[in-house]
Design a protein around this ligand. Structure first.
Ligand SMILES: Nc1nc2c(ncn2[C@@H]2O[C@H](COP(=O)(O)OP(=O)(O)OP(=O)(O)O)[C@@H](O)[C@H]2O)c(=O)[nH]1
Ligand SMILES: [Mg+2]
Length: 426
């Protein structure tokens, strides 16, 4: 089934009433995003239909007449699945399937499906299964003959078709099993984290909207490390939700100090509630970061909406106190000026051409290391071990063996400046 591209029709509702919130995402933007999501799930998008309405219809989401029109349209275009741009109730889904006569899924099921395909880690898989079960529970009775007839495919991947039909009790048992397993996984993660914190390396977390280039930038940053090899690269692709699991890798600052880079899952608007919860657990790593790089695709015409979505999640994670550098990526594709706020810490880069990556590294260094001191040390020969330590972990500009000891020109951070004070000549 996976290699057959299902033909889908996208249907959205443009609420036109006076209560529409000013900062609600524009329908065109939202439908474009739905198209990207459908493609990410492996579907072929044949067309999009938008209905303007005062409000959602309780029984059909769109108008009943529109649903009948869609039925005819689907027949003429040979559509396999209709995907709706919002979350539908069990009743709406049943009613729509009855009229349209083919499989109907909603934005939530679509996103869950992508996550089910992409999750790699045990925790990721468990979180997605949990979110899928919670989504299916109130819709069990809706999964009748229509679903079993159309079989697998988008919206039904993950726990599998038979599981859909098992009774509620069975699902509830599975939910509590998963929760227990997740608690175990979490304990393990905490152990790993405390080991990492003991290593004392600064942590830089990359966050941002999906497809902004976080994984590509991660790969650029980790290239600086001497132990780097291509197999350490994280997966990056022009596809929504390419990254689902958190990964940590080592990188080097210009002063040769090591730091850890955390690549994270991307955000998207209207993310299903249960997935936001799942994300929060995975994104906990961001809470322990010393610095956040907010990566933005500057070439996306909706970059400001995407920035707001990301900031909203960061606010929910309670990490807005952490220093943030806003990184406008993909400037190689830009043909307009990006308006950045004056008080923001901003850098414009291109991972594709390498433009300003060195400037970004300098900025990261300034943020996590604080003040740096350019000094000359005189280290007596009986303290040769100190010289070795300094040479291994910092950027020694020049050194010379003289009669009274080793002269070392070096850049020290605040901490080392205090530590080696007695050897400072100038
Ligand atoms: N033109 C251009 N393309 C870029 C640049 N940086 C990344 N890309 C492309 O953008 C696409 C998405 O990059 P990723 O690094 O996978 O994006 P991500 O933010 O990790 O996405 P998710 O994991 O889905 O959240 C890939 O096709 C990259 O090759 C850039 O500076 N310029
Ligand atoms: Mg990624």
């Amino acid at each position: 089934m996976d290699n057959v591209r299902e033909k889908v029709l996208l249907v959205g509702l443009n609420i036109t009433n006076v209560f529409r919130k000013k900062d609600d995402i524009e329908i065109d933007v939202s439908m474009d995003e739905l198209e990207e999501l459908a493609k990410a799930a492996g579907a072929e998008v044949v067309d999009k239909v938008i209905q303007n309405r005062q409000s959602r219809d309780a029984a059909f989401y769109i108008g009943k007449g529109k649903a009948e029109e869609i039925k005819a349209y689907c027949e003429s275009l040979d559509i396999d699945i209709v995907i709706f741009n919002d979350e539908l109730s069990g009743a709406q889904m049943r009613n729509l399937e009855e009229i349209i006569g083919i499989k109907v899924i909603d934005r939530t099921a679509l996103i869950l499906d992508i996550f089910a395909q992409r999750a790699l880690s045990k925790e990721g898989k468990l979180q997605v299964e949990l979110a899928q079960l919670k989504y299916r529970l109130p819709r069990l009775s809706g999964l009748g003959k229509e679903m079993s007839r159309t079989g697998a495919g988008i919206g039904t991947r993950g726990p599998g078709e038979q599981k859909l039909e098992i009774d509620k009790r069975h699902i509830l048992n599975r939910i509590s099993d998963i929760k227990r397993e997740l608690r175990e996984v979490k304990k393990n993660r905490e152990v790993q984290r405390s080991q990492r914190l003991k290593s004392n390396l600064p942590i830089v977390a990359l966050v941002g909207y999906t497809n902004a280039g976080k994984s590509t930038l991660t790969n650029e940053l980790i290239k600086t490390h001497k132990e780097y090899s291509e197999d350490k690269n994280v997966f990056s692709k022009d596809m929504l939700f390419a990254t689902l699991d958190i990964t940590l890798r080592k990188a080097l600052l210009p002063n040769k100090r090591e730091f850890l880079v955390v690549d994270t899952v991307g955000f998207v608007s209207k993310l299903p509630h249960d997935l936001v919860e799942a994300f929060k657990a995975t994104l906990e790593e961001v809470k322990y970061a010393d610095l956040i790089l907010h990566v933005v695709d500057a070439s996306n015409k909706n970059y400001d909406l995407q920035i707001n979505t990301t900031l909203e999640v960061l606010r929910e994670l309670k990490v807005l106190e952490t220093p943030i550098i806003t990184v406008f990526n993909k400037v190689d594709k830009l043909n307009y000026e990006v308006n950045a706020k004056k008080d923001e810490d901003v850098v414009f880069i291109s991972c594709k051409t390498g433009y300003n990556i060195d400037l970004l590294l300098e900025k990261i260094q300034n943020k996590i290391m604080g003040n740096l001191y350019n000094v000359t040390l005189l280290i007596p020969y009986n303290k040769g071990d100190i010289f070795n330590t300094i040479k291994n972990k910092t950027n020694v500009e020049r050194f010379e063996y003289k009669e009274n000891g080793i002269y070392v020109e070096v850049i020290l951070d605040e901490e080392d400046y205090g530590r080696y004070k007695e050897y400072i000549l100038i």
